[in-house]
Design a protein around this ligand. Sequence first.
Ligand code: ASP
Ligand code: MG
Length: 460
Amino acid sequence: MIVQKFGGTSVQDATAMRRVAGIVTRETDRPVLVVLSACAGVTNALLGLAGTAESGDVGEVLAAVESLKQRHLQLAEELLAGRPQHRLAEYNLEEWFRRLETFANAIAVTKELTPRAKDYIASFGERSSSLIFSAFLETLGVDSALVDARHCLITDASFTSAVPLFEKSQERLDREVRPLFSRCRCVVTQGFIGSTEDGLTTTIGRGGSDYSAAIFASLLDAEELQIWTDTDGILTADPTVVPSARNIREMTFSEASELAYFGARVLHPSTILPAVQKKIPVRVLNSHRPDSAGTLILPKALASSPGSIKSIAYKEGIILVNIVSTRMFLAHGFLESVFDVFHKYQTVVHTVATSEVSVSVTIDSGKNLEEIARELSVFSTVTISPSKAIVCVVGENLRNMPGITARVFKALGNTSINMISQGASEINLSFVIEEQAVDETVNHLHREFFSDTADRRDLS
Ligand code: ASP
Ligand code: MG
């Protein structure tokens, strides 16, 4: 059994849904659990509608519900017209949007929007997309079943960012979903939504469908988790900076985690953790180009070439803070005092480099910067330099790849470097440069490691 998750843009309209059906039905050997997001833009529209309801604007609320209803009815029409499944889907959609309207109206009257109500409203997106999609699969003659994720993803009651309860969800999945696979090739369900044990609708946080899919994969012991999105997996660099960036065929989970901070927007690795912990391979694929290879994310132990450079990442808008101790040389407790200040202002420090009397750190938020500087100045001399960027070379076992550092610095040429840090994980080599040098630097590095003349062993 495998789990295939499709994001909002993969199910945004009839064309996209047809493509998804093609992908699902291509899997002829293995049963599939399909986990769907709401159609692109629908969750935003629903939450917008909730906000409008809170402000009491009944007219706007009705218009917003109507427009969402029409969008889904239209989608059902395009995919199901003339088939017996159409009437039923239409009936359900009409009924659901009627309930949504009544509910939103009540909020508009009381002008009170609770997180619990928000989750209930948000749930209509995933429920509608999956209802239409499963009906469409039926018209194609696929033995399929639609399961309401609220029956099997059990969460706590922290509405809008509910925490899944694994044991409870396991029981439900074993009881309600596992047996379906003996008679269905395909089970369709929703990402993002769940419910408390006593049946109140919850959501697990925006963009939560990947996480839902990973939980289902883990608890159902899937062979593979496929995350279908709208890009060709994870790339060797940001294609807007490096047009020749290509997709990374295989990488480890830690490499993917490292890239997440640098805005590898494709997926947030913590969301696939439940699958990774069970050593379930995760594939990131492009539903608009189903035949492209995508990226396979594996635990290090299963990776075929754990020692190679995978990606050149960068992040702009970095602030470099240099802190020089005015205390006595060799005084202890200096670093502790420095980090206490960052801790106090809940500021995340990303990279750190130290010498005996100074420490340089990077942060990416200017919040409370004045207070932080003032407190650090009590025991040190502080210089703050904004408009920096971190550039980072990512790959497992960097330290054990002879010559890598030399190649990195050769590629950097005359770029002046403000700070260097090699993570203890040996997985990244990061350095801080001026923001305006990012394009050039990333391109030089990419050429060094990924150009056609570069050592192809660096790609896997
Ligand atoms: N539809 C939800 C959102 O837009 C969940 C998801 O797509 O992952 O946040
Ligand atoms: Mg989404």
